[in-house]
Design a protein around this ligand. Structure first.
Ligand code: FCB
Length: 462
């Protein structure tokens, strides 16, 4: 083990801390038309000329649908105790309403069983963006009917997977679905309307709250929550205009989701800015959205630098950039968590995604991704610092288990700690996978020593 990248070793995490890796259905499964699966909005979006940087799609991806057993072995060999994945809604309910697809349901049931058999806790996300295209044809998340369809789908998944999973997440990153999917249009379904964006975000939140209530009424007793993409938002300059814009964007990214969930209200400044583009909210909606959650998932990658002219580019900050041109800013993770802990009555937090794309090169069967190791090491260290200040964090998951389809960047950007050769589908541990494995072994040893110490103290042995 290299002597470098040991910041994270300065901390001993609780023995029951959750250490995982994460993926999502569309990004890894492939088998886009197999066994009765219906098309999702991402299958459609990939066909739009210019939508995906390398003109690729999710037809094959990592062939996880066929290789899932070997992939479960791969996950187990990392030494993690958790795996976060998502269910493809159109795989289990091709039209998004009506009949369910037994083959699809069975796929996830088998996956869950195999994970549990290996001692890996399954963290199930119900919506990681691949909405059935048939529902988009009826307006998608902008149509309030989709809320009830989602609750029905979630209920069926609960019937099938039950209380043997570790947790259910309703939505992954509703801001991304709303804003990148319906305002900038760079993600599926590729629309460009701010009014639609805000209505979509409201329906996502509403369906989140309704799902919590429905699953609990069905006897669900595993933790339920949502995953938000959050970051500190800072102005690009000291100008009054940039500073005002940063406050508004913080409102749109963080407070727009946190306030209704934890305070039963949408932020006033964002509402005022929206004017006639504010969403339609029915009486009682906010009560449903504020249904208490068991945990909050936070995906953290970078900070947001904003300027009044609308550009989001970091302006010569001097911070290193990853292969997505995202600033590497580990302090942002501690800052974010400490601020959230001050502003909201937080339930336990899981960092459900953290990681980076770096220009990996496979050389003689090895990928020496020291930059990714440094990134993960620094972020685990930043996480521990926030925990030391009292932020309740229960787990951390690396994005991603393996290289996969990175949305509009296609396969060109690699986030995995396991390298995928797409021609052969061969998986190869990168140096970062070995590093994570060693780190987890070290954590277990620390706990072992701590426990031995406790026993010694109790029995008076030294
Ligand atoms: C997040 C997504 C995840 C992955 C990472 C890099 O926004 O949830 O699917 O694409 O970014």
């Amino acid at each position: 083990m290299s002597p470098k990248h040991t910041l994270s070793r300065a901390h001993t995490f609780p023995a029951d801390f959750v250490w995982g890796v994460a993926t999502s259905s569309f990004q890894i499964e492939g088998a886009a038309q197999a066994d009765g699966k219906g098309p999702s909005i991402w299958d459609s979006f990939c066909q739009v000329p210019g939508a995906i940087a390398d003109a690729s799609n999710g037809l094959v991806a990592c062939e996880h649908y066929d290789r899932w057993q070997a992939d479960v072995d791969l996950i187990a060999s990392l030494g993690v105790n958790a795996y976060r994945f998502s269910v493809s809604w159109p795989r289990v309910q091709p039209l998004g309403q009506g009949a369910f697809n037994e083959a699809g349901l069975n796929f996830y049931a088998q996956l869950v069983d195999a994970l549990i058999a290996k001692g890996i806790a399954p963290y199930v996300t119900l919506n990681h963006w691949d909405l059935p295209q048939a529902l988009q044809d009826q307006g998608g998340w902008a149509n309030r009917d989709t809320v009830q369809h989602f609750v029905n789908y979630a209920s069926e998944i609960f019937k099938r997977l039950g209380n043997r999973v570790a947790a259910y997440t309703t939505h992954n990153e509703p801001w991304v679905i709303a804003v990148l999917g319906h305002e900038s249009g760079i993600f599926a379904p590729g629309l460009k309307s701010r009014a639609t964006t805000m209505q979509v975000s409201h329906h996502l939140l509403l369906s989140h709250g309704m799902t919590l209530q429905a699953l609990r009424a069905q006897g669900c007793n595993v933790p339920l929550g949502i995953v938000l993409n959050l970051s500190p938002t800072v102005p690009a300059s000291d100008s009054a205009a940039d500073q005002a814009k940063a406050i508004l964007e913080d409102g749109r990214l963080l407070r727009w989701y946190m306030d209704p969930i934890f305070k039963k209200v949408y932020p006033q400044d964002v509402m005022a800015d929206l004017g006639s583009e504010a969403p339609h909210i029915e009486p009682g909606d906010l009560d449903i959205i504020a249904t208490p959650m068991d945990y909050l998932g936070v995906n953290y990658y970078t900070r947001s630098v904003v300027s009044a002219d609308g550009s989001w580019k970091p302006q010569n900050s001097g911070l290193p950039l990853n292969d997505m041109d995202w600033e590497i800013f580990p302090e942002g993770l501690s800052q974010l968590l400490i601020r959230m802990h001050q502003d909201y009555p937080l339930p336990p937090i899981y960092i459900t995604e953290n990681g980076g794309a770096f220009p990996d090169a496979l050389k003689v069967g090895q990928v020496d991704d020291q930059d990714r190791i440094r990134y993960i090491d620094q972020h685990i260290d930043a996480l521990a610092q926030a925990m030391a200040q009292g932020v309740p964090v229960n787990g951390y998951m690396v994005w991603s288990l393996m290289d996969n389809f990175e949305w509009s960047s296609g396969y060109a950007k690699r986030f995995g700690i396991v390298h995928v050769d797409y021609a052969s589908q061969k998986r190869t541990f990168k140096a970062s996978a070995h590093w994570y494995q060693d780190f987890l072994t070290y954590q277990r040893q620390q706990q072992h020593h701590a426990n031995a110490g406790k026993t010694a103290a109790i029995t008076g042995v030294d």
